[in-house]
Design a protein around this ligand. Structure first.
Ligand SMILES: N[C@@H](CCC(=O)N[C@@H](CS)C(=O)NCC(=O)O)C(=O)O
Length: 260
């Protein structure tokens, strides 16, 4: 069972991360259902870093901290010690350099490093492109997605209603655009095709680059987490090797997780 991460299927239980005494405050500006934000959350938890989440209104984005001129007003954004880092890949690289303790995202072996980078690129360029189509592709799903966002935020009543209504519309349009860009294929078939790739890369290994979890695992597991509340999750957990891998990475996250 995927939801019981310490089951026999999961196997190893990593030791909790030992952090330096003075860990700076970290704030993650995010959308609850953004797969890039899920990637970063997986990384923060796997590193054992406490962080505060700030839900950003997808329409006004007024919660965002000041960003460098000319950079897109997109989430995730991480603020740490007065420094603002944008872009999920840049944030995970930053975290690995700044907090080398605990799980290392980037292996020292050059072949594994190249592989884990390739997998992370696949997460951004293919997997994350397909996920919105199975989350928001149908009106009912888009409305549910907007409700998840509104439920998990601390928006006031009016903003909440706007996020539910406007959010569903925006999310549905995003999904429709992706489907069109990808030749009008059925969203579930597109997800199955990405799952096929991931399953073959994983093979019988515990993690995508072998015995140790790396960046590729954190990025992919984080991204998959955003479909957990949706029917498409069944496609993910129907594959025993992927389900066991997902749970293994979840153990690392839960062992190390610290929420501020
Ligand atoms: N390359 C960026 C992509 C981030 C991104 O596209 N974020 C989306 C949410 S999933 C966003 O903020 N969209 C708002 C907009 O485009 O206005 C990353 O890896 O963080």
């Amino acid at each position: 069972m995927i939801d019981s991460p310490r089951s026999a299927e999961v196997g190893r239980g990593p030791a909790a991360v030992a952090l330096p005494l003075e860990t700076p405050a970290l704030t993650l500006y995010q959308f609850e259902l953004c797969p890039y934000c899920h990637k970063v959350r997986a990384g923060l938890e796997a590193k054992g870093l406490a962080f505060t989440k700030v839900e950003v209104n997808p329409m006004s984005k007024r919660e965002l901290p000041p960003l460098s001129a000319g950079t897109p007003r997109k989430v995730p954004v991480l603020a740490i010690d007065g420094v603002v880092v944008q872009d999920s890949t840049a944030i995970l690289d930053f975290l690995d350099q700044r907090f080398p303790e605990g799980l290392r995202f980037l292996p020292t072996d050059p072949a594994k490093l190249a592989r884990t980078r390739e997998i992370e690129a696949w997460v951004d360029d293919d997997l994350i492109q397909v996920l919105p189509t199975v989350i928001y592709g149908k009106w009912g799903e888009a409305f549910k997605a907007a409700q998840v966002t509104a439920r998990t935020s601390n928006f006031g009543l009016l903003q909440n209603l706007m996020v539910r209504g406007g959010g569903s519309l925006i999310m549905h349009q995003v999904a429709k655009r992706i489907v069109k860009r990808r030749g009008g294929r059925d969203p579930r078939q597109m997800l199955e095709a990405e799952l096929d790739k991931f399953e073959s890369w994983l093979g019988d290994q515990p993690f995508v680059c072998g015995e140790e979890a790396t960046l590729g695992d954190v990025a992919a597991q984080g991204a998959f987490t955003c479909v957990k509340e949706f029917p498409a999750w069944q496609l993910v957990v129907a594959r025993p090797r992927i389900a066991a891998w997902y749970a293994r990475v979840q153990v690392i996250r839960e062992t190390n997780r610290r929420i501020a």
